[in-house]
Each structure stands twice: as C-alpha cells, then as structure tokens.
Design a protein around this ligand. Structure first.
Ligand SMILES: Cc1ncc(COP(=O)(O)O)c(C=O)c1O
Length: 374
C-alpha cells in the first residue's frame, strides 16, 4: 500500500493498527448478528425518555453548529456539581479529552505512567503523541497507587493516568486514598483521574469535588457514556482549576461537539430520577452476572462499574475461547482484559434482563463445549 512519504517520523514509526474491534466489525467478520451486546460497557438500559425527546427536538436544528463555548452544558454541569463553569472543559467523550490532555503535556520521549492493562485508549493517545509508557502492574487485581507514585517519582513523569473505578477489573479505592495519592504527587506531575464510572461507584470512593478542585495538576474526567446511557452521543467533561481547564481551549476542536449529543447531555443531567433508577438496575445486573458466574463454577470480582470481571480460573487462552465461543455460537458479545494476569478473566457489561437471559443460557453450553474439546 503506498502512503504519503512525508508523514512525521513519529507517525511513520507507529505500527499500522486497528486498535479497537467493535461489535459491528465482529458481526461483519463472523457473519453473525450480536444478540446480546454486553461487551463494550455501554448501557443497554439506554437514555431516559426525556433525553430521547430532547434529542428529537434538537435533531431539527442539526443544521446549526453547536455553540463552540458549550455555554449551556457547562452551566448545567456547574449547577449540578456546585462549581464554576470555568472549572469545566467539554470534549468528545473522555476519549477525546484524553487525547487533548496528552497533547497538552507530552512531547516525544517523555515518560507517562499508567497501570499495566489499564484503559487502552489512553495508551493509544500516548503513542500517538510520542510519549513513552511506563506501566505498573496491578496488585491483587487492583491498580497499585503506591506503585504508580513510585514510578512517577522514579521517572520524573509529567503525566500519570489512574481510573477510579478502573476498567477492566471494576476495582476501586476509597476517596481518602485517592486524595492522599493526588497530594503526594509532585506539582510537576499532572494526574488524570478518570471517573468514567463515578455514578455507579459507592459514594465513599469518589472524592468530593472541592477536595481536588484547587489543584492545578489534577484533571478529573467524566462522561455521559456510561450510567447516562449516551455512549454514541460522545459527550464528556473534565474538571480542573480554571487555569488548567482553559488550556483545552488552545487546542480543542471548537466545533467538535455534536448538537444533538449536547442537547441529550443537558436533558440527561436534568433527569436525575432516571439516573437513580438506572444505577439500581446496574447494581442488580452486576449481582445477576455474579450469580451466573457462580452457577457455572466461576468467580466474579467485586465491581463498582457497569460491568463485572469474571475470573475463569485458567489462562488467557481459555478466557479468549470463552469470549470467542459466546459470540460465534450464541451471538453474545463480551470482552476480556488485554494483558496477563488480568486476561485470565472475561468482562461482561451489565444490561437488561433479555441480555442476561441469553448469557445465562449460553455460558454453560460454551463451558461444556470447551471441556469436551480439551
Ligand atoms: C475508564 C474509562 N474511561 C473512559 C472511557 C470512555 O469514555 P467516553 O465514552 O466518554 O469516551 C471508558 C469506556 O469504556 C472507560 O472505561
């Protein structure tokens, strides 16, 4: 394949890659429909009816660009969180914001600390900006705060990524340990505290907004993709000091937000009763997945997210076989962690009872098929 000859040396050095194989691609590759979409940590419970209505109303205005200052969404978030709009940056999901954060801080060759096996999109952005990943192993299936701090200090790293609760294991730390971690970091190290799953986590695991809001070296990222059920709308936000938040304006795509998505986010924020209902459903679905695991002789890990990691008790090949068979034989789409030792697990997103029923029916058949083949 011939490609343009003057891509930057960095781009030329990166391997050709399709980093994320989505359920649509899996359907195309296998020629089989997904019947239970419980692999990408979306919310099968969907958005509120009030949100759907707001999206319908906004659809007719899709010919207009979105307000590049995102004034209304910032005002709504500021009101909801009791902070100033100046503390908020808006982006195309957390994924978009992560790219901007890496770009704000990292020049080629700089060290960036994260956990080995943590959320891969962050790593992808680090590679794309030439950063050098320094990874710290999970300890007992949980991100290792002391290990992350030690790596930051050893490397004099300008950036560290930490998700609480984390993906892919669903683990979490108490809020006071996170504040302690943030306070122990050098002022010259920026902490990305990814709180994609803050709504489904125990309240005592999420630091209060005030506890970190005056720290220029902390950015908390949140999203409407998970509990709010709006992954396809691509709306996320970052919380930081006004000075740090303003830096996003230097580089962001000012017309990058989609008008229907922003209207959806504003409506979702206004419907906290729906959010509460969904959080209860997610918790019940976590219990249901744990029960299905138990019924099949597998051990689920505790989770504060909208998914559950299940320890399949063997190696990555076995976990991969379960993931593949569930999809190929039953159309049940799930995923698994990418690296050892986490990849002895499979990861199943919470969802409505119809999907849970399909999982419940398919898993024992898959395990029996694999046992017969070994
Ligand atoms: C830890 C974590 N951060 C960020 C994201 C992506 O969020 P968004 O849809 O807002 O880009 C995910 C989605 O799986 C996630 O697990």
């Amino acid at each position: 394949m011939s490609a343009f000859s003057r891509f930057t040396p960095l781009i030329q050095s990166l391997p050709a890659t399709i980093p994320f194989v989505g359920p649509e691609a899996i359907e195309r590759q296998r020629g089989r429909r997904v019947t239970a979409r419980i692999g990408a940590n979306e919310s099968g419970f969907g958005p509120a009816n009030s949100v759907l209505l707001a999206m319908q109303q906004a659809a007719g205005e899709a010919w207009k660009y979105t307000d590049p200052e995102n004034y209304e969404l910032k005002a709504a978030l500021a009101g909801h969180l009791g902070i100033s709009p100046a503390n908020i940056a808006i982006g195309e999901g957390i994924d978009g914001l992560l790219g901007q954060i890496v770009r704000l801080v990292i020049e080629p060759g700089m060290p960036v600390v994260t956990s080995f096996g943590a959320y891969p999109t962050f790593n992808y952005h680090v590679a794309g900006h030439g950063g050098r990943l320094v990874t710290v192993p999970y300890a007992d299936d949980q991100e290792d705060l002391d290990g992350l701090l030690a790596a930051v200090k050893r490397e004099n790293a300008p950036l560290v990524y930490f998700a609480n609760p984390d993906n892919p294991m669903g683990s979490w730390w108490p809020a006071d340990r996170i504040v302690e971690f943030a306070n122990a970091l050098p002022e010259t190290t920026l902490l990305v505290l990814d709180e994609a799953y803050s709504e489904t986590a125990p309240p005592e695991s999420i630091p209060t907004i005030e506890s970190l809001l005056d720290k220029p070296n902390v950015i908390r990222t949140r999203t409407f993709s998970k509990a709010y059920g709006l992954a396809g709308a691509r709306v996320g936000y970052a919380l930081a000091t006004p000075g740090t938040a303003a830096a996003f304006d230097k580089i962001r795509n000012h017309f990058g937000m989609n008008r229907v998505g922003v209207a959806a986010a504003i409506a979702a924020l206004a419907d906290q009763r729906y959010l509460k209902d969904v959080i209860v459903k997610i918790a019940a679905s976590r219990d249901r997945i744990a029960q299905i695991a138990r019924d099949n002789g597998l051990k689920s890990l505790p989770s504060a997210t909208n998914f559950v990691a299940i320890d399949c008790g063997r190696d990555a090949i076995y976990a991969r076989a379960i993931v593949d068979r569930l999809m190929s034989d039953h159309g049940v789409f799930i995923r698994m962690p990418g690296v050892a030792p986490l990849n002895r697990c499979i990861r199943i997103s919470t969802g409505p009872e119809a999907e849970m029923g399909l999982l419940e029916a398919a898993l024992p058949t898959v395990l029996r098929t694999l046992a017969a083949a070994s």
